[in-house]
Design a protein around this ligand. Structure first.
Ligand code: ADP
Ligand code: MG
Length: 714
């Protein structure tokens, strides 16, 4: 007789590392779900949950030599355990080891715990020692009973993992230990070597010249570093095992972005050749010549648009370098080819400004420009949506409202996104798919003023081509920046008056630093009122996020037309706003802002030929970090240099934007510390794309949690 039918039909058993975590002893549905939140589905995924730090419990510290602030493993015999009431109910247990005493303090405890700490019990504890009312103590130590004092201390350094709610550190640590043992057991049972159990997706020709440890070795080391390992080296992320994993993580991100780019480029797009010569006509109509950098960028854009695969290009350039007009030329090129263009801005204010500019440029060419934002009245909106759908309107400017349900383009050829640092990979893809008309994908041009250092940009934006405008239009004088304490704001009032008397205009920025929305707007309103009282001869405007779109429009238009002299604003004016006659900017609470943000704000002045000044006011005592930031912003106006400092001071998360998942939240790699690996990561990604494209997805699955996956949206 053969085997029962069922087992004949059953699929081949999975190799141990690919089995679901639920197949581990003691893992039920609830725990499996919590693990999933950490990106853990299979047993092997546990191995890639990496420690965020380590503790040394390899030697037991005598109680008599403990010092406050120390994190230590200790051992002692319980002398007394009692429940006391001091403000709250708590359990105190006093242990001794002949050299001294220590109190263990618990605010949450069970009766079983209390009984387990009976007099005479030996316990081993770990935690942070602090000074308490009864001498040194540890609050809520990790502890366990020991039965013989000869029992060895931990043999390896203890990993501390990033965990999730409802999943205790000890539990996660045990599970990961179990996963490591399963793999080793599989090996010693002779079924396979551990090396083949954790597949190394990186080809040997990439690894060899790096001289880094093999994957299983690296994993074993980072989870259980030997007693002899240096805590400092581990904390600095400099151990070869960590470098090996950092390389792998960066490669996972980078190569999957490149794979995505290749997939996008395999799609069809409208080739735009502009037989109507609209781009040339638009450029001829400008009152200025494009800078060389603008011309180069536009040349790159034009070459992409001529092709029949979709462009996905990042147009990067410091504030004020003139990205908008390059985008307008691209729009003209698309319109001149009979296609439609959608320009999307992050705020209504900016959408409004772009709409005004575009009208000025396209009306003379006989092309109407539609506007679509959230605040447009329903009737007007209906007619805009209709003309977009029929193809009657070729150029539409708006906010994300442009891509809401129910809006259908007729022949969308180009999407322009301004200030993309608020935009992640997924959003780019979604736009691309929404723009699909008649089997063709639109081209995408993404503008950003966030100057990201080149190697970082090439890694973080590997799915994009990049054009850089590295030159400002001629005739600009650099902005002079001064830093002064807020107590001296009286002096500034005089300065404002002088500036306005000479025909210039002024921004006064009140950053949103208060926790409550209400207070924030109040602060801006109070400032406006105070300035109005101090400067009765001037017109003071006020703009903030709480106002309706129509009110914002009016305020902005009045400032642009020179009808108001001083514009008090929250950081709504941070991106894009362009009023060349404004030559003085005052920023309150400058110490609370990041470098990149200060640079963006300051970029609102210095846009015309007149000399401009930016006054940074700070209140209170400056932290060393804030002092460093203010010094950096005063010293340089080069966006790339500022970005580099920002990167060093705050890490890449801020620079890349919090919505940019994935690279902003790396597990072991650090884009600053491991920057030297990036060129090799790029070369390795190219090689994998060429020779081993099938390995990229499993590699990415290992490192990029479901939330940050760079796949197409289904
Ligand atoms: P950003 O790159 O920050 O978006 P804008 O596109 O708003 O900059 O341009 C800033 C200002 O410079 C605008 O007033 C624009 O008209 C002007 N400008 C752009 N290009 C040139 C140029 N080549 N020569 C002179 N002025 C220019
Ligand atoms: Mg701009």
């Amino acid at each position: 007789m053969g085997e029962p039918l069922e087992s004949q039909l059953a699929p081949a058993p999975l190799p141990p590392e690919q089995r679901p975590v639920a197949s581990l002893r003691g893992v039920g549905a609830a725990l499996a779900e919590r693990l999933q939140r950490l990106g853990v589905e299979q047993i092997q995924d546990l191995l890639f949950v990496l420690p965020s730090r380590y503790e040394d419990r390899t030697h037991i510290v005598p109680l008599g030599s403990l010092a406050p602030g120390q994190r230590a493993a200790v051992e002692g015999e319980v002398q007394l355990t009692e429940v006391v009431y001091r403000r709250r109910r708590q359990l105190l247990s006093r242990i001794a080891d002949g050299s001294g005493f220590l109190t263990l303090r618990f605010f949450h405890f069970s009766t079983a715990q209390q009984n387990g700490l009976a007099r005479g019990t030996r316990v081993r504890c770990f935690g942070e020692v602090r000074r308490g009312p009864l001498g040194l103590e540890i609050v809520h130590p990790e502890y366990r009973r020991v039965f013989e004092s000869s029992e060895a201390a931990e043999e390896t350094l203890t990993p501390v993992y990033p965990t999730t709610e409802g999943l205790a550190q000890g539990r996660l640590r045990a599970l990961i230990g179990q996963a490591l043992r399963e793999l080793d057991a599989a090996a010693s049972a002779g079924r396979a070597l551990p090396a083949s159990r954790i597949t190394d997706w990186i080809p040997p020709e990439v690894l060899q010249p790096l001289h880094l440890p093999a994957l299983p070795e690296a994993l074993r080391y980072v989870h259980h570093p030997p007693r002899s390992a240096s805590l400092d080296e581990l904390a600095a992320g400099r151990h070869p095992a960590q470098r090996r994993l950092a390389f792998e993580e960066l490669l996972a991100h980078h190569s999957s972005l490149k794979l995505l780019k290749r997939a996008v480029q395999a799609d069809a797009a409208w080739p735009l050749e502009d037989p109507a010569q609209l781009a040339a006509r638009l450029l001829r109509s400008l009152p200025f010549e494009l800078t060389e950098a603008q011309q180069r960028a536009f040349g790159e854009v034009r070459a992409d648009l001529n092709a029949s695969r979709p462009m996905v290009r990042l147009l990067q350039g410091d504030v004020g370098c003139g990205k908008t007009v390059v985008a307008a030329a691209a729009a003209a090129l698309a319109a001149g080819s009979g296609g439609q263009v959608a320009l999307m801005a992050p705020t209504e204010l900016l959408a409004e400004q772009h709409w005004n500019n575009f009208q000025g440029w396209f009306r003379p060419l006989g092309l109407p420009v539609a506007r679509l934002t959230g605040s447009i009245a329903a009737r007007a909106r209906r007619s805009v949506v209709e003309t977009i759908g029929s193809g009657e309107i070729q150029i539409a400017v708006g906010t994300h409202a442009l891509f809401q349900e129910g809006i259908k383009f007729n022949r969308l050829a180009l999407i322009i996104v301004d200030e993309q640092h608020r935009f992640g990979v997924q959003q780019r893809l979604k736009l691309q798919e929404k723009g699909l008309t008649a089997g063709r994908f639109p081209h995408q041009l993404i503008m950003t003023a966030t100057p990201i250092p080149r190697t970082l940009a090439m890694t973080a934006y590997a799915d994009l081509d990049i054009s850089v405008i590295d030159q400002l239009p001629p005739g600009r004088t650099p902005v002079r920046t001064v830093v002064i304490p807020a107590q001296r704001r009286q002096q500034i009032v005089q300065r404002i008056l002088d500036a306005c008397r000479s025909g210039a205009q002024v921004y006064w920025v009140c950053p949103l630093i208060d926790e409550s929305d209400e207070l924030r707007y109040q602060a801006a309103e109070e400032t406006a009122a105070a300035l109005a009282a101090a400067l009765p001869q001037l017109q003071i405007g006020l703009i903030h996020g709480r106002q309706g779109a129509a009110e914002k429009d009016r305020t902005m238009a009045a400032f642009k037309d020179g009808k108001t002299h001083v514009l008090v604003a929250t950081t709504v004016i941070e991106v894009g706003v362009d009023v060349p006659n404004a030559t003085l900017m005052v920023i309150e609470n400058a110490e609370a802002l990041g470098l990149a943000q200060l640079h963006q704000l300051r970029g609102r002045v210095g846009r015309g030929a007149g000399a401009s000044t930016c006054v940074l006011l700070y209140g209170g005592r400056l932290s060393p970090m804030a002092r460093e930031r203010l010094r950096a912003i005063r010293r340089t106006s080069d966006g790339f240099e500022i970005a580099q400092r920002d990167l060093e001071l705050r890490g890449p998360g801020e620079l890349l934007g919090t919505r940019q998942t994935g690279l902003a939240q790396l597990r072991v790699a650090d884009l600053v510390r491991d920057a030297d690996l990036l060129p090799r990561v790029q070369a390795a990604a190219d090689l994998m794309l060429r020779a081993y494209p099938e390995r990229i997805e499993p590699l990415a699955a290992r490192w990029i949690g479901a939330g940050g996956r760079y796949g197409r949206v289904g």
